[in-house]
Design a binder for this molecule. Sequence first.
Ligand SMILES: *Cc1c(COP(=O)(O)O)cnc(C)c1O
Length: 394
Amino acid sequence: MTASFDTLAVHGGRRPDPGTGAILTPIFQSATYVQEAVGVHRGHTYSRASNPTVSALEAALGALEDAPPSVCFATGLAAETALFLALLRAGDHVVCSEVCYGGTVRLLDQLLRGLGVVPRFVDTTRPDAVAAALTPRTRLVFVETPANPTLALTDVAAVAAITRAAGVPLAVDNTFLTPALQRPLELGADICVYSTTKHIEGHNATVGGALTTRDDALLERLRFVRKSVGSIQAPFDAWLTLRGLKTLPLRLRRHSASALTIARWLEAHPRVERVLYPGLDSFPQAELARRQHRGHGGVLAFEVAGGAAAGVAVMNAVRLCALAESLGAVETLVTHPASMTHGDVPAEQRARCGIGDGLVRLSVGLEDPADLIGDLDRALAVGVEHEVAACAAR
Ligand SMILES: *Cc1c(COP(=O)(O)O)cnc(C)c1O
């Protein structure tokens, strides 16, 4: 099919319900499926193995990346768990970006390590560091780009050349940009990982995850793991995600435009020391961002002058921006990575990777950016008052 991405987001992998003509795939809220005779069924037998609404979402997600149907899970971390269980055995090594979602670090470090898997967290912004970390026992390289929360980028094509030569599969957590803005499979990666909780469903209504790959044997293995551990997505969540998917490209264009406007405004603000957003000319990897992205997404991070106390004061002072974990939805969310999303990442690893205690992560939503700037301007002023009060107290 030669349809453009925007058209695929609305129609890809979907068709009207054959039984009724309903334009949307119905919510098949059913645990089991009546079989015509022993061994004769219409493709679904029990909803832990597969469900028609979930299958519709899987076909739609796969179509976005010119891949077979994806495999969908109850959460993004359930998707990662299935990937790790599908590919790793006791004694195997996995190389992972040292800057990445805190839950990924916790899963590898605090659960899989106990099962004998050896995680190695490396600076994947340097392809040579990935090459150096590979051992004969390495069975998976897992990178997140842009990475949570510093937006550090990994050059997917460069790392894919290394992993391909070594015969090791490369997985890319593409949650921040989604296929609308970045296509890891086209850049040589083997597996894309998604928390559909974020931009793909996009409305803070569900948690969910997905894996996309063109490797048929791996797809079969992933579905086997999912059935065995019982981590499939719920039909209603799949239905909501199918609905969110239709506006994904539209939303990401607006998220990206607003994030750039706000990043530039923050950069010019005297109280802001540093702004990290791949669309800024000042971004350390701006050239790679232009090469690898079709837009830079809605997430940025910044540091307020005055360190951790000033950053925390700003996060406590916002009113329109909600102080909450998560990202990628219509509401603007502000997060304190050091205590919230990355609280379980060892402090030493946080410090090494530039996740300072005063770092503020902003997921820019679909509100008018002028209103968001107004809220941040007021919150930054409160931060100043906080600091003046702290000085007076000393
Ligand atoms: C949120 C997130 C996850 C985990 O997804 P859940 O749906 O919360 O389980 C994984 N990777 C990234 C980059 C995320 O932002």
